[in-house]
Ligand binder design. Structure first.
Ligand SMILES: Cc1cc2nc3c(=O)[nH]c(=O)nc-3n(C[C@H](O)[C@H](O)[C@H](O)COP(=O)(O)O)c2cc1C
Length: 179
């Protein structure tokens, strides 16, 4: 049976909250699993028709070992293993052919020009394309009001709506394929 999978990395819980809201939206159209990158499978099942990945923006990009350590030093974040997160999962995971995918990130509210320089979701998309996935929709960016959160008003709801739209997209493609 067709399913969706949402894989996230989150230091302070905001990207996790967004991942759960996206999953709620997706669940209006198909069954969904939500897991952190640490617990995500090494091989994504062929049942997965929509893979959504996302996490925080760290130093203009995806979190890496040094920025996770920075989060511990600067903010006292609790990260059990700084050597593994979403980037490392995307570096090694195997996907079924032609998996639909979409990327998101969480970030501070910057002027548009600076936002354009941030590339957490852009790198996620690049890694997804490298895995042979088809990007089903442009990446979404969700705003936090401070480095440790919380999310800005309305962002959780926007994530739910985005998840619903992604679910409808996959359901529509399935309907077209069978007509
Ligand atoms: C080490 C570090 C670097 C960061 N660099 C950026 C940055 O370059 N741009 C930005 O918008 N936010 C930056 N932030 C803020 C994060 O985007 C914010 O912590 C994150 O979106 C919260 O998500 P989380 O609760 O899932 O960790 C940084 C945060 C940390 C801890």
């Amino acid at each position: 049976m067709a399913r969706a999978l949402v894989v996230y990395e989150s230091v302070f819980g905001d990207a996790k909250q967004i991942a759960l809201a996206i999953a709620e939206g997706l669940a209006t159209r198909l069954p969904v699993d939500v897991v952190s990158a640490r617990d995500a499978p090494a091989q994504v099942s062929a049942e997965v028709r929509m893979l959504v990945v996302g996490g925080p923006t760290h130093a203009f990009g995806m979190p890496r070992e040094s920025t996770r350590e920075g989060a511990i030093e600067q903010y006292g974040a609790q990260i059990p293993d700084t050597s593994f997160g979403l980037h490392e999962w995307l570096d090694t995971v195997r996907l079924p052919q032609h998996t639909n995918a979409a990327a998101f990130d969480t970030r501070m509210d910057h002027p548009k020009l600076i936002t354009k320089l941030d590339h957490a979701a852009r790198t996620e998309e690049k890694l997804l394309r490298g895995l042979g996935a088809t990007l089903a929709a442009p990446a979404e960016h969700f705003v936090v009001t401070g480095a440790e959160g919380p999310l800005a008003d309305g962002e959780e709801d926007r994530a739910r709506q985005w998840g619903k739209a992604l679910g409808e997209l996959v359901a529509g493609r399935r309907a077209n394929a069978s007509s």
